[in-house]
Design a protein around this ligand. Structure first.
Ligand code: S3P
Length: 448
């Protein structure tokens, strides 16, 4: 059997990825690891910076997003060693001690960096901060965190009533609030909890549906007093808190593993083992969804590592069936919907994804971009206001597509291209490095 040709054109800053699928067929095989969880990596750097004493981070994601977080917190006074996946040491400066930086804080492409950091900055009385991001981040809504922070007494300025970066923050003494968030967003929840660490009294966030709970787990491990009410999806932090540096072991990112789960499911005769993947139940919607479609996925060696559930995942190819997705499942697989759409394009029948309007305000409008780019490959699908309707089983044909600088779109299209006839070129494929710098190398390794 011939292997697919997978070539990254690195001659220009905007890299294109070409994938040529051999007519004779091929398979995906091997045992791989995925890079560290992005959400946990950001939180480990941030909590390490504001804790007292040293934090040791093993398995940090070396993608561009955590690099943005590290650069911001260095500018705010924390001592963070050079980033590597073995061990990063953070010398914490203690809660309330972030320094006024000499320049604008640059969050790059990372919504998590900007939104979580905002909660901390707003609570530093007498200090002034400015924050911004790249073109994508400057288009994304910040009012979802600015408004609750303003209710706590924060002073924040920016375009469109302080809803778009760049933002300027004059730190204040914040008051605790009970915030009923209209959206299930871990970034909103975490921003308010971080601000609440420094407000005297009880700050509570109630969300409509539970979002990822990495902040809650890590804050407790660092010594914050948290009360969690599972029945109402509420978390309360009591301030002022005191955090102590910890050892954080970052598991592999299930959002990165998702590309391999779908790839091995749809490419015939494939079998992949993905070791050391975080399987926190607030993140495993993609496993449940693929299983509902008939994917053959086994969880092996389940264990708990530094407060987070971890497992090895074994996936074998199978015939997928269409299914309908919506409701509480969506926040538990919010970043995996682009790759789920690829799985649906190869499933029998019509898959409907609903309640996913949040995808419109991610790194790109992921509903519009996935619809237009999969259509270029010949997929039959319709864009819904809050989701996608995809009729699978129509053979895809190689074409030129574009990531729209969105890392998860770039990788989802690469997996679709593996199963499309002929040659596909993905423009702006360098975006993958935001969360998965070695994606193309691993893709080359597993194709046989
Ligand atoms: C994240 C939360 C999610 C997710 C993002 C990372 C986090 O965003 O899409 O990739 O680390 O808290 P929202 O909170 O906006 O849903």
């Amino acid at each position: 059997m011939e292997r697919p040709v997978i070539a990254l054109n690195t001659n220009t800053p905007q890299q294109s990825l070409t994938i040529h699928r051999p007519p004779s067929g091929f398979s995906l095989r091997g045992t791989i690891r995925v890079p560290g969880d992005k959400s946990i990596s950001h939180r480990a750097l941030m909590l390490g910076a504001i804790a007292e004493g040293e934090t040791r981070i093993q398995g940090l994601l070396l993608g561009e997003d955590p690099r943005s977080t590290a650069a911001c917190f260095r500018a705010l006074g924390a001592d963070i060693t050079e980033l590597n996946s073995e061990l990063v040491q953070v010398q914490g400066i203690g809660l309330g001690n972030l320094q006024e930086p000499l320049d604008v804080l640059q969050a790059g492409n990372s919504g998590t960096t900007l939104r979580l950091m905002l909660g901390l900055l707003a609570a530093h009385p007498g200090r002034f901060f400015t924050v911004t991001g790249d073109a994508s981040l400057r288009r994304r809504p910040m009012s979802r965190v600015v408004q609750p922070l303003q209710q706590m007494g924060a002073q924040i300025w920016g375009r469109h009533n302080a809803s778009l970066a760049p933002l300027a923050i004059q730190g204040q003494v914040l008051q605790p609030i009970h915030y009923h968030s209209p959206i299930a967003s871990a970034q909103v929840k975490s921003c308010i909890l971080l601000a609440g660490l420094m407000a005297t009294g009880e700050t509570t966030v109630t969300e409509p549906v539970l979002s990822r709970d990495h902040s809650e787990r890590m804050l407790q491990a660092f010594g914050a007093k948290l009360a969690i009410d599972h029945a109402t999806h509420s978390v309360t932090v009591t301030g002022p808190a005191r955090l102590t540096g910890q050892t954080v072991i970052v598991p592999g990112d299930i959002s990165s593993a998702a590309f391999w789960l779908v790839a091995a499911a749809i490419v015939p005769n494939s079998e992949l083992s993905i070791e050391n993947v975080g399987v926190n139940p607030t993140r495993t919607g993609i496993l449940e969804s693929l299983e509902r479609m008939g994917a053959d996925i086994m969880r092996e060696n389940e264990r708990v590592v530094a407060g987070e559930p971890v497992a090895d995942l074994r996936v074998r190819s199978s015939t997928l069936q269409a299914a309908e997705f919506g409701g509480e499942l969506i926040p538990r697989m919010i970043d995996e919907i682009p790759i789920l759409a690829v799985a649906a394009a190869f499933a029998q029948g019509t898959t409907v994804i609903r309640d996913a309007q949040e995808l419109r305000v991610k790194e790109s409008d992921r509903l519009a971009v996935m619809a237009s780019q999969l259509q270029r490959l010949g997929a039959r699908l319709a864009e819904l206001p809050d989701g996608l309707e995809i009729t699978g089983g129509v053979p895809l044909k190689g074409a030129e597509v574009d990531s729209h600088t969105d890392h998860r779109i770039a990788m989802s299209l690469a997996i679709a291209a593996l199963n499309a006839q002929g040659t596909t070129t993905i423009q702006q494929a360098e975006a993958a490095a935001i969360s998965y710098p070695d994606f193309v190398t691993t893709l080359q390794q597993v194709c046989h």
